[in-house]
Write a protein that binds this ligand. Structure first.
Ligand code: 13P
Ligand code: ZN
Length: 269
């Protein structure tokens, strides 16, 4: 059996958690990541023995047998690199669809993030649209969060404001951002609401809390959130100042043509 800490996906997960911490997106235990892996990717690194079974408390029958590397609940992103086995777990969705089988990790008796419903339901929603989706990432980026206190939560308006803040925003997230009102976190209800929003956008803002991103790999998903957060940072710097210049819808249409993307239907005039 190979050393799991040398697996490429493990190294990427550890680097990503560290990078998110240093961006200030994951204070204390804030944030969580889930990475979908194939049996082929994991088989050389695990014995195949189930360490313990943990109930999901919802039905995940669409993803029975799938493997996910998931951050642990209450764990600090800043500590992942020092003790990956305690802070991360590799789970497989059991054949009954309602349990997770622990294949590696959570070595101190811990369990997966309290936000697993939102993660797994979002994986199911994104996989139906994009079979290559592998990552769901949640964090608390300062400026996105700040923006939800002072900006309308109307999704078109929220998206347009972000698109206007950096030339390349519309290229990186042409599908825009969807926005949920404040809801109680860690519940199946917020999971279902997030997954519903994931059907039309890879970014879902949780008002007064943080953001969810989805993507094909850790880098792409990190980059998606990074770009939205950068735009929100610019907004927070200028929101209280008179705006002399702005990106126009005409300029954004030129960007659509240049980069071969199409902004969300009805979001540009
Ligand atoms: P966990 O520690 O359970 O992952 O929760 C962190 C968080 O960000 C909740 O929204
Ligand atoms: Zn959170």
């Amino acid at each position: 059996m190979k050393d799991i800490l040398t697996a490429r996906w493990m190294v990427q997960m550890i680097h990503t958690a560290d990078n998110m911490y240093f961006h200030g997106w994951d204070e204390r235990n804030g944030g969580n990541i889930s990475l979908l892996l194939t049996e082929e990717e994991v088989k050389d690194y695990i014995s195949g023995e189930v360490i313990r079974t943990i109930p999901l408390n919802f039905d995940a029958k669409e993803i029975i047998g799938k493997y996910f590397l998931v951050t642990g609940t209450g764990k600090y992103f800043k500590n992942v690199k020092y003790d990956p086995a305690a802070n991360l777990g590799l789970i497989r969705i059991a054949q009954n669809g309602v349990d997770a089988e622990l294949m590696w990790g959570y070595s101190d008796g811990g369990r997966f993030t309290s936000e697993l419903p939102a993660h797994l339901m979002s994986h199911i929603a994104r996989l139906a649209i994009d079979p290559e989706n592998k990552v769901i990432m949640h964090c608390h980026p300062t400026n996105i969060l700040a923006m939800t206190f002072i900006h309308t939560l109307d999704e078109r308006e929220f998206t347009r404001t972000l698109w206007q803040m950096c030339t390349e925003c519309i290229v990186v997230f042409p599908d825009g951002v969807n926005v949920l009102p404040w809801m109680l976190c860690g519940t199946n209800e917020i999971g279902e609401a997030t997954a519903e929003k994931m059907k039309t956008s890879r970014l879902v803002v949780w008002s007064l809390h943080g953001i969810y991103g989805a993507g094909k790999n850790l880098d792409e998903t990190f980059g998606l959130i990074e770009t939205a957060e950068k735009a929100a940072e610019i907004y927070m710097k200028i929101a209280h100042l008179p705006r002399v210049n702005t990106l126009t819808d005409e300029q954004m249409h030129l960007l659509e043509d240049r980069f071969g993307v199409k902004g969300r239907e009805g979001y540009l005039d």
